[in-house]
Design a protein. Structure first.
Length: 84
């Protein structure tokens, strides 16, 4: 059986947020919509199944837990290199 697609959208504004915040998350069609919107708005997409599996457990509008800081920081650094 094929695993359903999962997606999590994060926001991190160092001036407003103490840690990255989950903005949206979902499986299947909702995950596809999150990815489509990100592509339409030129928001970088990083595929990391293990990280998404951990982030999907965080409630929408909640900060990510400290144990995910390092993994998410790597993603943020990668995204910053894409934008420079």
């Amino acid at each position: 059986m094929e695993e359903r697609k999962k997606a999590v959208a994060l926001r991190y504004d160092p001036e407003k947020d103490k840690a990255p915040v989950v903005l949206a998350k979902g499986y299947g069609e909702l995950a596809e919509r999150i990815i489509k919107i990100a592509k339409e708005k030129n928001i970088p997409i990083v595929e990391d199944k293990d990280l998404v599996s951990a982030l999907i457990r965080v409630e929408v509008f909640e900060e990510i837990p400290p144990e995910l800081y390092r993994a998410v920081a790597k993603v943020l650094v990668f995204i910053k290199t894409l934008r420079t």
